[in-house]
Design a protein around this ligand. Structure first.
Ligand SMILES: O=C[C@H](O)COP(=O)(O)O
Length: 250
């Protein structure tokens, strides 16, 4: 089954609203192909202005996180319906920086993922091992427990809206990229796990992105791996030239 490639740019805590809109416009106007999904993930303040500026472009917009309640006395949180109304189509869940710095657990990932689905957003569940976990031979176990936790209680049909991103923590923002073999191996393991948790059809149709120091020079090799269905790009998505270079390489 063929899976459409996705190249996503996670802008993390970077860019003012004005800078974000300018970058989104530069990416949209430099985009010369329509055979893959391009997703921009700005900070919350810039999300709606970026979505509005892309309203006539095929470039999609997503959120970096969401809370699991729709509304209420939850100071500082952003909900799925708010993101949807602002123009988001996708939302990251369980990014390693959320797990590392903000106490994200398997349970809260699962709550957020379900809130995204309920709001009509497509969650991108991020999983990945730390350097210490890899060195201890625990990569597969960590991936399995993050997948089991985030996808707990989900039905097979709901997986049509879910994307998984494999992001080895040791490769994020470090300049260290997983080798093509390491990425292929982890993606194959994730796909096999999805096959046994749901079924083969779900496994074959679930898009699995790779993230971790992707740049225009290493993108082609990683994206050529049959199990790698796209990239979740951090640093290299902050300049139109490098992000478009990754899209061209895909
Ligand atoms: O969400 C994106 C990832 O954390 C990758 O970031 P990076 O490309 O800067 O390593």
């Amino acid at each position: 089954m063929s899976r459409k490639l996705m190249i996503a740019g996670n802008w993390k805590l970077h860019l003012t609203v004005e800078e974000a809109v300018a970058l989104a416009n530069a990416i949209a106007s430099g985009l010369s192909r329509d055979d893959l999904d391009v997703l921009l993930i700005p900070g919350f303040l810039a999300l709606e202005p970026v979505a509005l500026s892309l309203s006539t472009s095929p470039v999609l917009v997503g959120g970096q996180n969401l809370f699991w309640e729709d509304q209420g006395a939850y100071t500082g949180e952003v909900s799925g319906p708010q993101l949807k109304a602002a123009g988001a189509r996708y939302v990251l869940v369980g990014h390693s920086e959320r797990r590392q710095y903000f106490g994200e657990s398997e349970r809260t990932c699962c709550l957020r993922l379900n809130a995204a689905l309920k709001a009509g957003l497509r969650p991108i569940l991020c999983v990945g091992e730390t350097q210490a976990e890899r060195e201890a031979g625990r990569t597969e176990g960590v991936l399995e427990s993050q997948l089991a936790g985030g996808l707990a209680g989900l039905e097979a049909a709901q997986m049509a809206s879910v994307t998984v991103a494999y992001e080895p923590v040791w490769a994020i923002g470090t300049g260290l990229t997983a080798t093509e073999e390491q990425a292929a191996e982890a993606h194959a393991h994730i796909r096999a796990w999805i096959g046994s948790r749901f079924d083969k059809g779900v496994a074959n149709s679930t898009r699995i992105l790779y993230g971790g120091s992707v740049n225009p020079a290493n993108a082609a090799g990683l994206l050529n791996q049959p199990e790698v269905d796209g990239a979740l790009v951090g640093g290299a998505s902050l300049k139109a030239e490098s992000f478009l270079g990754i899209i061209q390489a895909a």
